[in-house]
Design a protein around this ligand. Structure first.
Ligand code: SAH
Length: 365
């Protein structure tokens, strides 16, 4: 194995951390431990705990404990489970394996064997290619085809997932605690507006938890049928819920003009999005999302403010929100905070792995 000297302050190895020549897409024995070289985002390699996938994946799988009411969750989370660049999600009896660099993908046969041993009940798996490549984003890795949709359970709620449609499956598993809070009744007896609703997962969770009506807003046309599918799956009459295919800023204007008010507003945008009119970034635009939400929030309301922007520290995110609350002159209380759930294990040696930040804020006008 090649020997390389590095001076890396985290698990991520950057160009400037390496002293001397090295072979790319290969293992390396470094002065800081076992590593591999392969380009990923801002790095050129990673320090790993071990190269033994059987052991790593078995150990990770034994740490996850969910009851029968939750059948989809993360079973292996990159650096949190000792091997940066790889994630594995369980969806009933299927796996979704995401490869974040070329080297991890080259090890797929070993990873598949380890998965088969650790998850004997799994009947099929899909691969997601999360690095620049000519390979398709999504493809079969082994075994049977998953049904379309594959209906999973989370906190007893049904969600329709599609395991072979690009990167996204229809649900972001990292938000299961926040959806769980809604199922437990955070919006019970209240109206809820779900901004950037995607497949309406927060809306359905809220409706299951007793919300009187939900409104889902997303720019993507597919969001209407996907959201309707989620309501139908859980026994709701879709016509009792509102779904808008619209830009969120347009919807804010529309709602303000109509004098609409909502008791709970969920704001969970992508960290970056481009549409015909503008480029949205959380860093630049989150304040405006809060400002506009305050105009259509009930006098005694709740804002669920969420971001997955890994380059926005928690303190800064909170300060952005506070600035808007102060400027609006409302009374407010940061009641609850959620970060990644325990199945999305993180590593203290790599800060960016803890990207999710969700505040539940009580607001009185
Ligand atoms: N909150 C969702 C996930 C959001 S994913 C959930 O928990 O499941 C991001 C979504 O934002 C995508 O569905 C995308 O279509 C939508 N989106 C991006 N820009 C938008 C805009 N300007 N207005 C409305 N929706 C937008």
């Amino acid at each position: 194995m090649q020997k390389v000297n590095i001076t890396s302050r985290s698990l991520l190895i950057r160009e400037e951390d390496v002293h001397g020549a090295f072979a790319d897409n290969n293992w390396a024995e470094t002065n800081q431990g076992l590593a591999y070289f392969s380009k990923q985002n801002k790095g050129i390699g990673w320090l790993v705990e071990s190269s033994d996938f059987s052991e790593l994946i078995k150990r990770a799988s034994e740490k996850r404990h969910f009851d029968d009411l939750t059948t989809a969750y993360r079973v292996f989370n990159t650096e949190g489970d000792g091997f940066p660049g790889l994630t594995i999600d369980l969806y009933n009896e299927f796996l979704v394996v995401s490869f974040y660099n070329e080297f991890v993908y080259s090890l797929r046969d070993e990873i598949v064997s380890a998965c088969k041993a650790a998850f004997p009940d799994v009947v099929g798996a899909y691969a997601k290619i999360r690095f620049a490549s000519d390979l398709p984003e999504s493809s079969k890795l082994y075994g049977e085809d998953a049904p379309e949709p594959l209906v999973i359970l989370e906190n007893g709620v049904k969600y329709a997932t599609y395991l072979n449609e690009g990167f996204m499956t229809g649900i972001f598993l990292d938000q299961h605690e926040v959806r769980g809070r809604l199922v437990d009744g955070l919006a019970s007896g209240k109206t809820l507006l779900n901004m950037f609703s995607y497949t309406g997962a927060f809306s359905v969770a809220a409706a299951m938890g007793g919300a009187v009506q939900t409104t889902s807003v997303d720019l993507a046309k597919r969001s209407r049928e996907k959201t309707a599918e989620h309501f139908e799956l859980n026994g709701f009459d879709v016509s009792s819920q509102l779904i808008y295919v619209m830009d969120v800023f347009e919807y804010y204007k529309y709602a303000a003009r109509k004098g609409l008010k909502y008791d709970v507003i969920v704001i969970d945008p992508p960290s970056f999005a481009k549409n015909k009119k503008m480029i949205f970034t959380v860093k630049k635009d989150y304040g405006r999302l809060i400002e506009n939400a305050l105009e259509i929030l009930s006098d005694d309301g709740i804002i669920i403010a969420s971001t997955n922007a890994s380059d926005l520290p928690k303190k800064k995110f909170r300060a952005m929100i506070e600035d808007e609350l102060e400027a609006a002159g409302v009374e407010y209380r940061f009641d609850e905070f959620y970060s990644l759930p325990s199945d999305f294990a993180t590593s203290r040696k790599y800060d960016a792995s803890n990207y999710l930040k969700v505040y539940v804020i009580g607001v009185k006008k």
